[in-house]
Design a protein around this ligand. Structure first.
Ligand SMILES: [Zn+2]
Length: 355
């Protein structure tokens, strides 16, 4: 079944020592960062990027009565003024709300049985305040879910069942993870990440520190992640799982064969690998986040090769080949249509500082 909603997921780290070291080495005080990221400005930044890339305009519809006063509705039009759909954002935490951040399609785009324009909901759980200020990771979440939102809004297919985010799980995170790249683009930050009191743009040195903190420990984390992904695959490929009496020994054997350094460990031991058992849709699926990163890093690289994060020709191809096709084109072919070739891993290795 295609996912009905998409939730931002970062494979968890069990590496608390690494986290402590990261905080010690790259301590970035929230109080120093947050004044540069007012929620309203970051929403405008996301809309601005969608306009510059895909020609979309977001017009508030304050007259629409929604399910909660926190939710905001926007009518979305394309560059030619044609209606694209309705976008709803529900940003604040409240006690009745599930935690996390996700995208839902309340109406899925389609043309079978009459034209249906999409109604897309982005849900976040930011702390409500006046003004509401975000941390760097919150901004990433906002852009990530908005990327899923654009996948739903830009959908342009005939059959509802093939629309928007109804794609394979290792492909659904491409439009969302890719959109995260624009939030930390210098020209986007200069324009939108301005101090809530002084209006000064965020200092470049502070952005460098935030990025360095994010990149810290990538090699270690990637090895731990791959260890768990490999074990997940091995379990699901086992020809006779009922014959295994000691899964810890099985895990050990798989990792030994792959040469995993013993001291590194893996993110999730088999006996508490919750991701595998959440639903059958997650079985043998722990690899998908890293694979989606391969795709998004390579896709982002297309803009870098073109010399601009808003290169019009690349953006047009991205919209036509990826964001609008849903599952109407086989994902590998969709990527080839966009990039002119199969994905390569080098852009991700560079992005992680591993090349
Ligand atoms: Zn996601």
């Amino acid at each position: 079944m295609p996912p009905a909603w998409t939730r931002r997921f970062r494979p968890g780290t069990g590496a608390t020592g690494r986290e402590k070291l990261r905080q010690r080495e790259f301590a970035v005080d929230d109080a120093e960062v947050k004044p540069y990221f007012p929620l309203d400005a970051m929403v405008r930044a996301a809309f601005d990027c969608a306009q510059r890339l895909f020609g979309l305009r977001f017009t508030p519809r304050e007259d629409l009565v929604l399910y909660h006063p926190d939710a905001r509705a926007y009518e979305v039009h394309d560059a030619a003024g044609r209606a694209v759909g309705l976008f709803i954002q529900d940003n604040f935490a409240r006690t009745s709300k599930r935690s996390g951040a996700w995208m839902s399609a309340l109406a899925v785009q389609g043309r079978n049985g009459g034209e249906v324009l999409p109604v897309i909901l982005n849900t976040n759980n930011f702390a409500q305040a006046t003004p509401s200020l975000l941390g760097f990771d919150d901004v990433r979440t906002l852009f990530h879910e908005f990327g899923h939102g654009l996948h739903g809004l830009l959908s342009n297919v005939t059959y509802t069942q093939l629309a928007g985010t109804s794609v394979l799980r290792d492909f659904v995170e491409l439009p969302s993870q890719l959109f995260e790249h624009w939030m930390s683009e210098p020209e986007v930050l200069r324009q939108h990440a301005r101090h809530v009191e002084t209006g000064e743009p965020i200092p470049g040195a502070l952005v460098d520190r935030l990025r360095a903190a994010e990149r810290f420990g990538e090699a270690y984390e990637t090895v731990r992640y791959c260890g768990s992904a490999i074990v997940d695959m091995a379990v699901h490929r086992h020809p006779d799982p009922a014959s295994v009496t000691d899964w810890s020994a099985f895990e050990e054997q798989v990792l030994e064969q792959r040469g995993l350094p013993h001291a590194t460990g893996i993110n999730h031991r088999l006996t508490h690998f919750q991701h595998l058992f959440s639903s059958s849709g997650y079985a043998a699926g722990y690899y998908v986040y890293l694979w989606a990163e391969v795709l998004d890093a390579d896709a982002w690289n297309a803009f870098q090769e073109a010399g601009s994060p808003f290169d019009a020709a690349v953006a047009e191809r991205l919209k036509r080949c990826i964001y609008s096709v849903g599952n109407s084109v086989e994902p590998g072919q969709a990527f080839r249509n966009f990039r002119g070739r199969d994905p390569v891993i080098e852009p991700l290795l560079r992005q992680k500082g591993l090349l």
